[in-house]
Design a protein around this ligand. Structure first.
Ligand SMILES: Cc1cc2nc3c(=O)[nH]c(=O)nc-3n(C[C@H](O)[C@H](O)[C@H](O)COP(=O)(O)O)c2cc1C
Length: 441
């Protein structure tokens, strides 16, 4: 079979993901392989998509191979997907799958994002492989990689693929400005961050009306105007000192203009099941903050020019980002009613310092970060100091009294006679500390 790898890592030939692709090429000598370097070679495709069209025309099975970056794919690969869709290259009926490496932190949302776009392109989707970045170093990981390709070949040879979701009628209408301005107060610094393009009147009206309805003054930052030198290169130079190798001033811009705010409102036009590749570049470049939750406690909100109702994956990404960062998400607004509600919720959260606890996404995500930073603390110096200072190394659990209590209880419960005696008092015992709190309240 003609298999085309689309490499999405900006690290080019130094990519860890690439090593799994090279391994598979060696292990499957009977197949024909070619590759496109969409990550490190994006500039070439910005100028000319003809080489991509030729290679894709040749391919029977296309495998997008990439590192997971900030819940999704790297901005370079994201941009390549945009170029692919804009180019009109006909991919209808071609088999598409993916191979990612990561630490499994929101690998699922990255895979979903690509699958949604494969479906848009009319491709036949085969579920991909999400490997840990070190899997190839182990026998199990190598076996799983080989099995993945065998599985993908089996599916492609036998016409087995994931059905595209049924087209749904949308009730969404482009937003037209309707809200009156209200009296403004000082007291909080609220920044609206957008990727506002010329002619995007729906988004412009949403931003204007949020500014009108919100009781506090707002500032506006347009990422379109920021002179980004490029997407994150994955070089990890920032891991030791928190400084990026690019000299475009993004770190300072981020810290002084955006992270300094009391609340952040993101405003975007929904594109390709995402906020667009410019916002992705902004997200990836925040790797200069490493795994530190620097915006903890700051409320967030999203103004969405588009129909978010069918975008469960994007909503998961945005909700999970708030949860991992331990921030209140005041919601998504795309019409006058939701704008008004979002504005009230955000103002209330600011005035009351509202920060709900992390959910499964935040708690689970932080455990992955904790283990990663601990292991790499020699290199991820800034992260390590932050995790130590903020008590984020919550292992091993040193709750010796509790552990001893549980051991005693376990020993007692192993005796049938004692189990009968204690059984009835177990519930009372469990609630005893809570009772103390209630008595004091
Ligand atoms: C900017 C950036 C963002 C990342 N985001 C994630 C992430 O969201 N989830 C995850 O599990 N790993 C994340 N990683 C780790 C990479 O996915 C992982 O190191 C990958 O194996 C690198 O592959 P590559 O060498 O092919 O680029 C991130 C790394 C970088 C540099």
């Amino acid at each position: 079979m003609n298999i085309l790898f689309i490499h999405g890592s900006p690290r080019g030939r130094f990519s860890v993901t690439l090593q799994t692709c090279l391994y598979l090429e060696k292990r499957f000598p009977g197949q024909s392989f070619r590759s496109l370097n969409a990550g490190a070679g994006l500039d070439g495709f910005e100028r000319d998509m003809a080489p991509a069209a030729e290679a894709l025309g040749w391919a029977e099975l296309v495998i997008f191979a990439y590192p997971v970056y900030s819940f999704l794919v790297p901005s370079q690969l994201h941009r390549f997907v945009e170029l692919l869709k804009e180019s009109g290259i006909n991919l209808r009926g071609k088999y598409a799958t993916q191979l990612s490496t990561s630490k499994h932190f929101f690998d699922v949302t990255a895979h979903r994002f690509l699958e949604e776009n494969f479906h848009d392109l009319g491709m036949r989707v085969i579920h991909g492989l999400s490997a840990d970045m070190e899997d190839l170093l182990e026998e199990r990981g190598r076996r799983e990689a080989e099995q993945f390709l065998e599985y993908a070949l089996f599916c492609a040879e036998n016409g087995v693929y994931e059905k595209a979701p049924a087209a749904r009628a949308s009730l969404w209408k482009p937003y037209v400005s309707t809200l009156e301005g209200c009296k403004k107060e000082d007291g909080f610094d609220v920044v609206i961050v957008s990727d506002l393009r010329e002619g995007d009147e729906g988004l412009r009206a949403l931003i204007k009306d949020f500014g009108a309805a919100f009781p506090y003054r707002t500032r506006f930052v347009n990422l379109r105007d920021f002179p980004f030198r490029g997407g994150c290169l994955g070089c990890l130079s920032c891991a030791t000192g928190g400084k990026c190798v690019y000299r475009d001033g993004f770190d300072a811009f981020l810290r002084e203009n955006i992270q300094s705010a009391d609340a952040i409102v993101y405003a975007f036009t929904l594109r390709d099941h995402s906020m667009g590749s410019r916002f992705k570049m902004y997200d990836d470049r925040q790797f200069c903050n490493g795994h530190r939750t620097v915006a903890e406690g700051k409320p967030f909100a999203y103004l969405v020019n588009g129909d978010l109702s069918g975008e469960d994956n994007l909503k998961t990404v945005l909700e999970a980002r708030a949860s991992v960062g331990h921030s209140y998400l005041a919601g998504f607004a795309s019409d006058a009613d939701s704008l008004r509600a979002l504005s009230l919720r955000l103002a209330w959260a600011l005035e009351h310092g509202y920060t709900p606890p992390r959910s499964f996404w935040g708690v689970g995500g932080m455990k992955i970060f904790r283990d990663l930073v601990w292991l790499m603390r020699g290199m991820m110096r800034e992260d390590h100091l932050y995790y130590r200072a903020h008590g984020l190394y919550d292992f091993p659990q040193r709750r010796f009294v509790r552990m001893l209590g549980m051991s005693l209880l376990g020993a007692l419960l192993r005796s049938r006679r004692l189990r009968r005696v204690i059984g009835g008092r177990m519930n009372e015992g469990m609630l005893a500390p809570y009772k103390k709190v209630l008595d004091k309240a």
